[in-house]
Design a binder for this molecule. Structure first.
Ligand code: SF4
Length: 334
């Protein structure tokens, strides 16, 4: 939950999650839609799906007990090399390495590694160094003290608190006498992270379409970005040649049973995801009820829901924002 999110944001989610899924069996048995709903707003929904899959695997293959070997931990959905190393060293004091941004910074400076640590051979070399260090701690230990856990924790803490990205505290650093970057005056230039990939701006138009107390939303397909989540109809504004109403009718016709009345720009939501900086222009409109009696709640453009029903659906965070900002606190035009 804490990945990419502040502790303050997570606390309430954590309590809610633990109330609803107090043990691994509850999580394994839960319906994915409910899990996604409890997770909604934290973003990166793959993590919620993976938690669910991992819980199932733990129940099915390990009788509900968390596994304690590296290969079994690594085989759980959502657990990669770093997380498996962290779990096995912290929880079981095994000699498994970890390498995150903090450890990379510390090791590249300490050993004076000038190659880009994101490039594969250098990255592998750093994993090798981290493995050597934790194995050495294990070898030198008395067999009782949790030295692997301490070593890995210390590497992370050193990177986070002493060997910081800006203005590292070399004067107080216990490793100063061994540090190649300090000796060679390279502290400022390491780690060599190359050119940062720039963020690509993308602009979308999202439509709040209102019909007699209900709003049109649609569910994303079960694969791809935000799979299975709900969203307000939206479309990428590629080159600005089409007006918002042209975009809307292009997207919804002929499924929308009535032509929208005037479209009003009610606000803009900005957010960033991976390497995209996204601007979402939000438009509001009302459509009349269709004339023929047998209109359906669900059609190919989406489904009509009341605000109270919308509250029960899982939206990606940008659309969650739209819901809170414009529907649960409705626009004045309504
Ligand atoms: Fe980092 Fe400075 Fe310590 Fe070297 S001496 S490890 S650069 S804090």
């Amino acid at each position: 939950m804490l990945q990419q999110t502040r502790v303050k944001t997570v606390v309430d989610y954590w309590h809610h999650w633990m109330q609803r899924f107090p043990h691994v069996f509850a999580l394994a048995e839960a319906d994915l839609n409910e899990i996604l709903k409890v997770w909604a707003g934290l973003g990166y929904y793959t993590r919620a799906r993976n938690l669910h899959k991992a819980a199932r695997k733990i129940v099915d293959e390990h009788a509900g007990a968390f596994p304690d070997t590296y290969s079994e931990v690594r085989a759980l959905p959502g657990i990669g090399r770093y997380t498996a190393g962290a779990i096995c060293s912290f929880a079981f004091n095994q000699a498994t390495p970890i390498l995150d941004g903090n450890v990379i910074r510390l090791l590249t400076r300490l050993y004076g590694i000038q190659e880009n640590p994101k490039e594969k051979p250098t990255n592998e070399m750093l994993w090798g160094l981290a493995a050597e260090l934790v194995k050495t701690a294990d070898r030198l230990s008395s067999g009782r003290a949790p030295d692997c856990a301490h070593l890995n924790q210390a590497l992370m803490e050193m990177g986070a608190l002493v060997c910081t990205p800006k203005a590292p505290r070399c004067g107080e650093c216990p490793l100063q006498h061994h540090c190649c970057a300090y000796r060679d005056g390279l502290v400022e230039s390491l780690p060599n992270l190359g050119q940062r990939a720039s963020m690509t701006p993308r602009t979308f138009a999202a439509f709040l379409i209102h019909r007699q107390g209900k709003w049109l939303v649609r569910q994303r397909p079960n694969n791809g970005v935000n799979a299975g989540l709900w969203e307000f109809p939206n479309v990428e504004v590629s080159d600005g040649t089409l007006s918002p109403s042209e975009l809307l009718s292009q997207m919804l016709e002929p499924a929308l049973p009535a032509t929208p009345e005037k479209l009003e720009h009610v606000g803009t939501i900005r957010h960033s995801i991976t390497r995209y900086r996204i601007t979402l222009h939000v438009y509001h409109t009302s459509v009349p009820m269709p004339k023929h009696r047998h209109h359906h709640r669900r059609h190919s453009s989406g489904t009509w829901y009341r605000p109270s029903e919308l509250e029960g659906l899982a939206f990606p965070s940008a659309h969650q924002k739209i819901l809170r900002r414009f529907i649960t606190t409705p626009p004045s035009t309504k």
